[in-house]
Ligand binder design. Structure first.
Ligand SMILES: Nc1ncnc2c1ncn2[C@@H]1O[C@H](COP(=O)(O)OP(=O)(O)O)[C@@H](O)[C@H]1O
Ligand SMILES: [Mg+2]
Length: 386
C-alpha cells in the first residue's frame, strides 16, 4: 500500500507509539526517534512522511515549525493523545492539515491513511523535481565522514587527506574534503594547495548557500582533482562564525557530493561538536599506546555527556602500527567497544618523503609504486566502496 515511503515517528514516550503500531505495519520503512534526536536526525533520515506525536512539554508548534524549515514539503500528521482544544488549534495554525486524537480517532486515521500516503508520494515527487530544478541534488544524499581523535598528532589530517584523495582516484564518486581546523588548517600542506580562498568566503552567502558557491570557493588538488574547502586559519574568525554555519555548510555539501570528508581538530569546540553530530560515520584515529587509549576513554565520556551518539557510527582506525609497539593490535581490539576498521603501518620513510616536500601520496589511478602507508589506505578505501 505504501510504495516505499520512509516514515518517521517522533515521540517522547515509547508507550504512545503503541497507538500507532497498527499504522506502522502498513509501511515497510519506519524510524522511531525522540524529539531530542529530531534536530540531528531529521536531515539525515530524510523521511517522506512524518508522524509527530504530541510532545509532553507543549513545544508542539516549535517542532512543527522546525520540521517545516528543514523539510518544507514533507507532510506531517499530528497525533494528540487527549482532546485539548488549545493544542489542536495551535497545531492547525502552524499549518498541520491532518491531526488525530488517539486512541479515540483510530478508525478515522485508518480511513484517511490512503489519502495521506497519496499526499506523501506526491510531495516526494515534488521534492525531487524542485531539487533538480535548483541543481542542488544530483545523486541523492552523500555521506559525511569525519576524522577525529582527542589527541593532536595522531594522524587525522594525514589520513583524512590521503583517504579523500584515494577515494577520488579509486571511484567515480564526487568527493569534497573540508578542513575544519579553523584555527591552524593543515590540509593545504599535505596536499600542496596554495590559495587564499577558504570556508570563510562562504560567510556572506551562507543563507542561500548552494552547490555553485561551494565549487567557487573550493580548490582542486592537482593530481586527483579532489575538491577541497580550505581552513581560514584564523582563530578570531572561527569564533565569529554564526550559529548554524557549519550545519548549513555540511548539509549543502551532502546534497552535492557523494562523500564529504571532514578533518577535525582535537579540541572540542561548538564547530567540532556540530560536525560530529552531522556525520554518518566518525573515524577515530588511535595510536597503539596507553596514553592514546586512555584519551579514547575520555572522549567516550565526553561524547556521552554531550549526547553524541557513537553506536553504529564511530569506528576506530589504528595508526602507526609497528613491530616495536608493546601493545599489539590484537590486545587493542579486545579493549575496544567499537569496530576496528583499518590498521595503518608506521611508515616513517614513506610518509616523511612525501610530507617533507609537501607532496600528496597519490599521483594517478592504479599506481603500482605506492609507499606502505598509501597502500594501507587504498585497501581500506576499496573495502569502504564495496
Ligand atoms: N602512519 C604514519 N607513519 C609515519 N608517520 C606518521 C603516520 N601517521 C602520522 N605520522 C606523522 O605524524 C604527523 C602528524 O600527523 P597529522 O595528520 O598532522 O596529525 P593530527 O591531524 O592528528 O594532528 C605527520 O605529519 C607524520 O609525520
Ligand atoms: Mg590535524
Amino acid at each position: 500500500m505504501s510504495a516505499d515511503l520512509k516514515v518517521l515517528l517522533v515521540s517522547d514516550q515509547e508507550e504512545s507509539l503503541i497507538h500507532l503500531s497498527g499504522i506502522v505495519n502498513e509501511f515497510e520503512k519506519t524510524d522511531n526517534i525522540t524529539y531530542r534526536e529530531l534536530k540531528t536526525e531529521l536531515d539525515r533520515l530524510a523521511p517522506d512522511l512524518i508522524f509527530l506525536i504530541e510532545s509532553s512539554d507543549y513545544s508542539n508548534v516549535d517542532w512543527i515549525e522546525y520540521v517545516h524549515s528543514v523539510n518544507t514539503f514533507t507532510p506531517i500528521v499530528f497525533i494528540a493523545l487527549s482532546q485539548d482544544f488549545d493544542v489542536l488549534r495551535n497545531v492547525t495554525r502552524a499549518g498541520i492539515k491532518e491531526f488525530f486524537v488517539l486512541p479515540d480517532e483510530n478508525a478515522l486515521l485508518y480511513g484517511r491513511l490512503e489519502s495521506i500516503i497519496h499526499t506523501a508520494i506526491q510531495s516526494k515527487q515534488q521534492i525531487v523535481e524542485s531539487a533538480i530544478a535548483q541543481d542542488s541534488f544530483k545523486r541523492g544524499r552523500g555521506k559525511i565522514i569525519s576524522f577525529y581523535s582527542g589527541k593532536g598528532g595522531a594522524g587525522k589530517t594525514l589520513i583524512s587527506s590521503t583517504f579523500a584523495q584515494t577515494l577520488r582516484f579509486e571511484s567515480t564518486a564526487q568527493v569534497l574534503l573540508i578542513d575544519l581546523n579553523l584555527q591552524f588548517g593543515g590540509i593545504e600542506t599535505y596536499l600542496s594547495i596554495e590559495s587564499n580562498r577558504s570556508i570563510a568566503d562562504l560567510l556572506p552567502v551562507i543563507n542561500e548557500l548552494n552547490e555553485s558557491h561551494i565549487r567557487n570557493v573550493s580548490q582542486k588538488e592537482k593530481f586527483s582533482k579532489l575538491e577541497v574547502l580550505l581552513s581560514p586559519r584564523d582563530a578570531e574568525l572561527a569564533e565569529r562564525l554564526p550559529e548554524g554555519f557549519i550545519t548549513k555548510l555540511l548539509r549543502t555539501c551532502r546534497r552535492s557530493y557523494d562523500f564529504v570528508i571532514v578533518d577535525l581538530p582535537a579540541h572540542m569546540t561548538e564547530h567540532t561538536y556540530i560536525a560530529l553530530e552531522e556525520s554518518d560515520k566518525i573515524y577515530y584515529v588511535l595510536n597503539p599506546d596507553t596514553p592514546s587509549i586512555s584519551m579514547l576513554k575520555q572522549v567516550e565520556l565526553l561524547f556521552l555527556r554531550l549526547g553524541i551518539e557513537s553506536e553504529n557510527r564511530l569506528e576506530v582506525v589504528l595508526n602507526e602500527v609497528g613491530k616495536e609497539n608493546e601493545i599489539k593490535p590484537g590486545d587493542i581490539k579486545k579493549l575496544l567497544t567499537y569496530p576496528l576498521v583499518a590498521q595503518l603501518k608506521r611508515d616513517i620513510k614513506g610518509v616523511q618523503a612525501k610530507v617533507n616536500v609537501s607532496e600528496p601520496f597519490r599521483k594517478e589511478a592504479n599506481e603500482k609504486r605506492l609507499v606502505p602507508f598509501a597502500r594501507n589506505i587504498r585497501k581500506w578505501v576499496a573495502q569502504t566502496l564495496d
